[in-house]
Ligand binder design. Structure first.
Ligand code: NDP
Length: 248
């Protein structure tokens, strides 16, 4: 069975670069209309250039997922233009790592606001349309550290554990209307987010990966494609780890 997302419309947050951009490209390659979205204008322009050059079908809408009015605009504009929304990929996320006793309130708040409240705002905004459509897929990019924790990432791990609890709750709430919600928990993936890690931290991750190599954004994009495809229509409330076996 091939994956064909023809005539489908997916919103992908934080798709200006990194994993989000890779997911956006993979979806567009499979004939999906992609709503590129990011709060960074340079990242968004960069993604648009790639999409223009590749002839992909897309719209670009700037959106800071921590701002309710931005989120409502993103979702309403998409629905008003296309008359439907097939899916939402909550990908935008940030880190503000620090040891617990040194962690500043603003480091805690920024991560929870983006990674958890942002996911709530976007999911609530699409859910009103999904319930009416009696169809929709929410795919949340969590993290393995939401399952196992990580030193210096109490804020980030809490946000991602929250995303997993949120995913399961809304899967239960929306399932009877044919709306699914699943999470992908990537392990150590090569992007700008992990580029800044020290060699020691990278070695530590690699030691715990049975496959002895980091993952690529494409690995996460493939998992998202599967969850978006009709092959995953009866899968909801699940966490799919994409981590070379780090967590099992
Ligand atoms: P990047 O930092 O490379 O990309 C994140 C993107 O999200 C950027 O384009 C960023 O914009 C955007 N973004 C951040 N905050 C907001 C906001 N408030 N509103 C809209 N867009 C925003 O990260 P990755 O691609 O590595 O990560 C993507 C997702 O995958 C995240 O949720 C992350 O937590 C998760 N993840 C990543 C792993 C990894 O190893 N890389 C492992 C596990 C999970 P800007 O360009 O301005 O920064």
């Amino acid at each position: 069975m091939t994956i064909d997302l023809k005539n489908q419309v997916y919103i992908i947050t934080g798709s200006g670069r990194g994993i989000g951009l890779e997911i956006a490209k993979a979806f567009a390659e499979n004939n999906c209309t992609v709503i590129l979205s990011d709060y960074n204008e340079d990242s968004l322009a960069h993604a648009q250039k790639i999409f223009d050059e590749s002839g992909y079908h897309y719209r670009a809408i700037a959106c800071d997922i921590t701002k309710e009015d931005h989120v409502e605009n993103l979702v309403d504009k998409t629905f008003n233009e296309f008359g439907k929304i097939d899916g939402l990929i909550n990908n935008a996320g940030i880190t503000r790592d620090n040891l617990l006793i040194r962690m500043k309130n603003d480091q805690w708040d920024a991560v929870i606001d983006t990674n958890l409240k942002g996911v709530f705002l976007t999911s609530r905004a699409v859910a009103k349309y999904f319930l009416k459509q009696r169809y929709g897929k929410i795919i949340n990019i969590a993290s393995v550290v939401g399952l196992i924790g990580n030193a210096s990432q109490a804020n980030y791990s809490s946000s991602k554990a929250g995303v997993i609890g949120f995913t399961k709750s809304i899967a239960k709430e929306l399932g009877s209307r044919n709306v699914t919600a699943n999470a992908i928990a990537p392990g150590f993936i090569e992007t700008e987010m992990t580029h800044v890690l020290s060699d020691k931290a990278k070695d530590e991750f690699l030691k715990n990966i049975p496959m002895k190599r980091p993952g690529k954004p494409k690995d996460v994009a493939n998992a998202a494609l599967f969850l978006a495809s009709s092959m995953a229509d009866y899968i909801t409330g699940q966490v799919l780890t994409v981590d070379g076996g780090m967590v099992m």
